[in-house]
Design a protein around this ligand. Structure first.
Ligand code: ASP
Length: 428
């Protein structure tokens, strides 16, 4: 199936992203005045096509996580490695998030993005969210009804169910074999569905990016340029420096190859602003392009898409420093440590969908005694930052997956180094 000639999909989606941004910026002056642009082009065409594209990606998440994780668990040489992979993933995910927050606080401390910003410029009203009860969070990880969990897309619950199912299939022996065979086939078919959706991705990416840029316009950034650029710089620093160090030291692979092969997934994350909707593409990129075995990736990628949000944590760190400065409140060293701690937890609790990181920020602000209404100050530029931080979020999942794959001997080096491995040329 080819709709865009013989260029690789990565090239196609990147061209679509740039074309979408240019189109959106060109349309943005007409967005407020012209009903045709606002209701028919942006709110009609781009909204509908972009919405269909995101829905199609989301549609694949639950079947893919279930089938892929069941197959992955049964593919492990021994079940004890399951616990090891889980603990390693958890520790590394939390560690990189804490590093991300530290970088954000450091850069924000250097730049002081809140200085000179006047509160009266913004419309201040925002209601925060209550922190979840940790005990209930733990209980809720186990689905009392797996079908309801799948219907609701409750990812941690689906992961727990799939892990248990995979373990049980392995332990059952002969009667488990046909069940495994069924999941293997479902996994292959759903992966093919992912590729079919990916074939139309350039159109979807174009519409999503054009819609955001035309509705937002770049003028919203100007009053908040210092905040915007501080978040952006911290995101880029973490994505390209921290992950490169991790990839070289812990995964012993070339960051250049890693980033080249992750470009398509990063573009998907940027245009959808949802780690969860991008999950099928992240999983495919990590397995087919980077060469990580399904037994590791099928576990660490869905888990990462649910709990590992380094980009979100960075935004929360910079936003806290920004809001403190705007309200003239000094943060002590203890406050900074509190921001690292609660920011890490708040990003874990952030769902991989657009905009939730900003809502969870209220948890961090409350902990250090800052006004939750401060969130209203930065809401205007959040959508664009959300797109960039989501790309960082999924890159973090992939980088840690590389580290675990290396430790578990589950990395196909030949595939990793092969530039053509897993590429989609001109369709599926
Ligand atoms: N949109 C982000 C994600 O899906 C979450 C957030 O920061 O709002 O990863």
């Amino acid at each position: 199936m080819s709709i865009f000639g013989k260029h690789t999909l990565t090239t196609q989606v990147m061209v679509a992203m740039v074309a979408g941004a240019v189109t959106g910026i060109l349309l943005s002056p007409f967005h407020a005045e012209s009903a045709f642009v606002r209701d028919i082009v942006t709110g009609g065409l781009f909204h509908v096509i972009g919405g269909i594209f995101i829905a199609a990606l989301k549609m694949l998440v639950v079947p893919l996580v279930l089938a892929s994780l069941v197959v992955g668990v049964t593919g492990l040489s021994d079940l004890t490695s399951l616990g090891r992979i889980g603990v390693r993933a958890l520790v590394l995910y939390l560690f990189t998030t804490a590093v991300a927050l530290t970088i954000a606080l450091f850069v924000a401390g250097l730049v002081s993005p809140g200085e000179g910003f006047k509160v009266q410029d913004a419309d201040i009203s925002f209601t925060g969210t209550e922190p979840p009860d940790l005990r209930q969070v733990l209980i809720d990880m186990v689905p009392s009804n797996p079908f309801a969990a799948m219907a609701d897309g409750a990812m941690l619950q689906v992961i727990v169910f799939a892990l248990l199912l995979g373990v049980a299939i392995t332990l059952t022996g002969a009667p488990g074999k046909p069940v495994l065979e069924l999941f293997r086939n479902v996994n292959a078919v759903v992966m093919r569905m992912v590729e079919i959706v990916m074939a139309v991705a350039p159109v979807g990416v174009f519409c999503l990016v054009a819609k955001t840029f035309s509705a937002q316009g770049l003028d919203v950034i100007l009053p908040l340029a210092a905040y915007f650029l501080t978040v952006l710089a911290s995101l880029l620093l973490h994505a390209f420096c921290s992950y490169s160090v991790i990839l070289v030291l812990l995964a012993r692979v070339s960051p250049r190859i890693f980033f080249t092969k992750m470009r398509a997934a990063m573009t998907f994350a940027f245009s959808t602003a949802s780690s969860s909707a991008t999950m099928p593409i992240t999983l495919r990129s990590v397995e087919h392009r980077l060469g990580v075995d399904n037994s590791v990736a099928s576990f660490t990628i869905p888990l990462g898409a649910t709990i590992n949000m380094d980009g979100t944590a960075i935004m929360q760190g910079v936003a806290t420093v920004f809001i403190a400065a705007v309200y003239g409140i000094d943060l002590s060293t203890g406050d900074y440590l509190m921001v690292v701690l609660t920011g890490t937890l708040a990003s874990v609790g952030t769902a991989g969908v657009p905009g939730v990181g900003l809502i969870m920020l209220s948890m961090v602000l409350v902990q250090v005694g800052l006004p939750v209404e401060g969130i209203a100050l930065i809401i205007g530029v959040d959508r664009l930052l959300d797109m960039v931080r989501t790309a960082v979020n999924i890159t973090g999942d992939a980088a840690i997956t590389m580290v675990i794959a290396r430790a578990e001997n589950a990395l196909d080096e030949k595939r990793f180094r092969d530039p053509r491995a897993g590429t989609i040329v001109g369709g599926v």
